[in-house]
Design a protein around this ligand. Structure first.
Ligand code: KG4
Ligand code: ZN
Length: 352
């Protein structure tokens, strides 16, 4: 008997619902992006995002069920992202999921958004073997995480200021390329020379697995400013290529160093920035030199989607890690942490 989970994801600006069987077979993964709504503001406007989620959630959920060819009665559990993310946006998914779970008398599974990103890899390769080193690079996070087993996350390093995706978005906005920054910078960088403009790379203290991207962002802003003062034309493609190389270079070097320290055979990539071809390819090349392998979800499963949440939920379901109906949105939820209010059935899993 397979376990069929309906999952909702509304942590930021994607309204998504997915139906996944046994954590690996995607029966549907409907993603309604609000990018066009937020583009004119140059970034996500939280209040607008939650209103949009509210408008879309019922329709997106109905589509996910009908695309899967299933009814509510075919489901075994309802899963939802309950943090980290924008509180008003998270609340829409959490409220909808609780209502469905309560109405259908189904178990409720609360999922950490970052855990979902990591589990996008198990969606495509369910047989992945531990230990794993995960590089999670999204709009809000840049984390290096060691996983010894399912549900266990040891944070080895994180950004001390901007997340990698945030740096892409801020630089794109400064250069006047629009939102979201990652895909536009990647496209523009293809026509540029990554060695033409010298930009700084922050490696921090010897042996540190932490990251810092704010200096790089400031260097790009200063470069544009100086060029403007001198009345010089900026080659945006060279700037995009140089910036992309500086971000991905540090990400790759630190990830490979952490892989050597932990001795893992497999590195997994996760989060929106994992869709970046330069990052995927240079990490894969470096890992191969060290006889390691890199696993990365296809780009559509790197950015926010509910299928990854269903996959993480499946593994929590197997552990009996259910949430109570008092589940609430937790905007600053940490990986490996469960923050449920009140009693719940199931077990609590903390970082190992
Ligand atoms: O994981 P995600 O969809 O949402 C968050 O959880 O934050 O990540 C979104 C981030 C944005 O900052 C976006 O610019 C970045 O991922 N991104 C990329 C690419 N596609 C999305 N960054 C670099 N290259 C890409 N191809
Ligand atoms: Zn995300």
């Amino acid at each position: 008997m397979s376990i069929v989970i309906l999952a909702l994801e509304t942590s930021c600006d994607e309204t998504s619902a997915a139906v996944v069987s046994d954590g690996a077979e995607i029966l549907s993964n409907v993603i309604s992006s609000q990018v066009d709504v937020h583009r004119k503001f140059g970034g996500v406007v939280p209040e607008v995002a939650s209103r949009k989620h509210l408008e879309l959630i019922t329709q997106v959920t109905a589509e996910a069920l009908s695309e899967a060819g299933l009814n509510f009665k075919d489901l075994d559990a309802i899963a939802v992202t309950y943090g980290p993310g924008l509180v008003g946006a998270l609340l829409v998914g959490v409220s909808a999921a609780k209502a469905m779970a309560y109405g259908l008398d189904l178990p409720l599974v609360g999922v950490n958004h970052l855990e979902g990103h990591i589990y996008a890899n198990f969606l495509v390769q369910p047989e992945l073997e531990f230990p794993l080193l995960c590089l999670v690079v999204s709009g809000g996070h840049t984390d290096l995480i060691y996983m010894e087993r399912h549900g266990s996350f040891r944070l080895m390093g994180k950004t001390r200021d901007d997340a990698a995706g945030e740096a892409f978005d801020k630089v794109a906005r400064t250069v006047g390329l629009g939102y979201p920054g990652g895909p536009v910078i990647e496209r523009l960088a293809r026509a540029g020379d990554s060695g033409a403009i010298s930009l700084p790379r922050a490696y921090l203290e010897e042996g540190s697995f932490d990251f810092s991207f704010s200096g790089l962002k400031s260097a790009v802003i200063n470069y544009l400013h100086r060029a403007g003062q001198r009345g010089e034309e900026v080659n945006k493609a060279d700037l995009a290529a140089g910036f992309q190389k500086a971000v991905t270079g540090v990400l790759v070097d630190k990830t490979l160093a952490a892989a050597r320290e932990t001795g893992v055979a497999t590195i997994v990539l996760a989060g929106g920035v994992a869709a970046n071809t330069e990052l995927r390819e240079s990490l894969a090349r470096g890992a191969e030199r060290d006889s390691r392998r890199v696993v990365a979800p296809p780009p559509v499963l790197c950015t926010d989607n509910a299928a990854m949440i269903a996959c993480a939920a499946y593994h929590k379901y197997l552990r009996g890690a259910f949430a109570p109906f008092t589940l609430n949105a937790v905007p600053n939820l940490k990986l490996g942490e469960e923050r449920y209010e009140g009693n719940f059935r199931g077990r609590l899993y903390l970082s190992g």
